[in-house]
Design a protein around this ligand. Structure first.
Ligand SMILES: O=C(O)CCC(=O)C(=O)O
Length: 337
């Protein structure tokens, strides 16, 4: 007879029964494996939540129910496709160790380009303050002054010394003042022959700043390759907490500042605060208070075309403290002043 007596006998007769039985067995097995896997996952999540890492040995339960936990070498049988769950031979454990140094962020660089007064730090040494006046000179008078000073000032290249080695400054300079000025182990001799235009500019800067200045260091950056490296204007002859007035003419260059690191970090400038101040034609910048104690500044080389720039830095110079070599930094003489 073609129709079977019962479905079962028909199934068993056709072999479909064997297929269905195998399928059910396999399905059951899959469910178990999935349940075990989800146990492992929730176990992992729990431990990650509690400890933040694999601090604890995997529980017996998780080892028995399935694959090796993450970070544990895989059992060779598992790797070769065997379903052996009880052959954990290694006892490697991974423990969370608190990093000995806290992770530190590099602070984002601040850009100052709008006219205003900026207190850039408050330290035991005092407040460091920048006062920025773009357009202090209007562009026509700045153009005229720039050409005149470029042509008429006695520019020359100074030789400095670092660790006994001579090097040529990557810019031209000239100096005005009744006293000589020594920095980087080389001296600019006194020069009282002020150019008349510089006298006018000094008076204008004194009115704007409320300070008086007896000296002027002029810098000429011939192109983008000329620069001045990181330094502070903190020679003892400038006195404590000097105000320095810097007037820029010609192409814009970036004046950068970086905070002195805390003493325990000494020369580690990676994490210190940084400020960029683009100094354009006719801009006046005043550095006041503790700026020379707590910050360094530079005008870095640039690798694209830059036209010439003149920077006039008005200062007040005091006689060098007795018993100290000219050009000594103030931190080595502070007690004498
Ligand atoms: O050119 C400038 O703006 C900075 C000059 C300077 O840092 C200096 O004369 O000490």
């Amino acid at each position: 007879m073609f129709l079977c007596d019962t479905p079962q006998s028909w199934l068993s007769n056709t072999g479909l029964f064997r297929f269905r039985y195998n399928y059910l067995f396999f399905h059951h097995f899959l469910l178990q494996a999935t349940a075990s896997r989800s146990d492992v996952m929730s176990d992992k999540r729990q431990r990650a939540r509690v400890q933040g890492s694999w601090a604890k040995q995997p529980s017996k339960h998780s080892v028995q129910t399935g694959g090796a936990p993450n970070n544990q070498p895989k059992d060779i049988n598992t790797a070769s496709g065997s379903w052996s769950f009880n052959n954990q031979k290694t006892s490697t454990s991974f423990e969370f160790h608190q990093p000995t140094k806290p992770v530190r962020d590099v602070p984002p660089e601040r850009i100052i380009e709008q006219a205003g007064d900026y207190d850039i730090s408050h330290e035991p040494s005092g407040i460091s303050r920048l006062r920025l006046r773009p357009g202090f000179l209007c562009s026509e008078e700045a153009d005229w002054m720039f050409s005149k000073l470029l042509a008429e000032l006695p520019w020359s290249q100074k030789t400095n010394y670092r660790q006994g080695e001579a090097y040529e400054e990557p810019r031209l300079t000239c100096w005005y003042g009744e006293l000589p000025y020594t920095y980087a182990r080389s001296t600019m001799t006194a020069n009282t022959q002020w150019h008349p235009l510089l006298v006018t500019l000094r008076e204008a800067v004194e009115r704007a700043s409320g300070c008086s200045f007896n000296s002027l260091l002029c810098n000429l950056y011939r192109d983008g390759h000329d620069s001045i490296g990181w330094h502070s204007d903190d020679e003892a002859s400038l006195g404590p907490k000097p105000t320095i007035a810097s007037l820029s003419l010609g192409d814009t260059r970036v004046f950068s500042l970086r905070k002195q690191p805390p003493t325990e970090d000494s020369d580690e400038y990676t994490y210190t605060e940084r400020i960029r101040v683009p100094l354009s034609h006719g801009t006046l910048l005043l550095m006041e208070g503790a700026t020379q104690d707590d910050w360094q500044h530079q005008v870095a080389k640039e690798y694209h075309d830059r036209g010439p720039r003149i920077n006039l830095t008005f200062r007040t110079i005091h006689p060098e403290p007795e018993g100290h070599r000219p050009g000594t930094k103030i931190r080595f003489t502070a007690k004498q002043l």
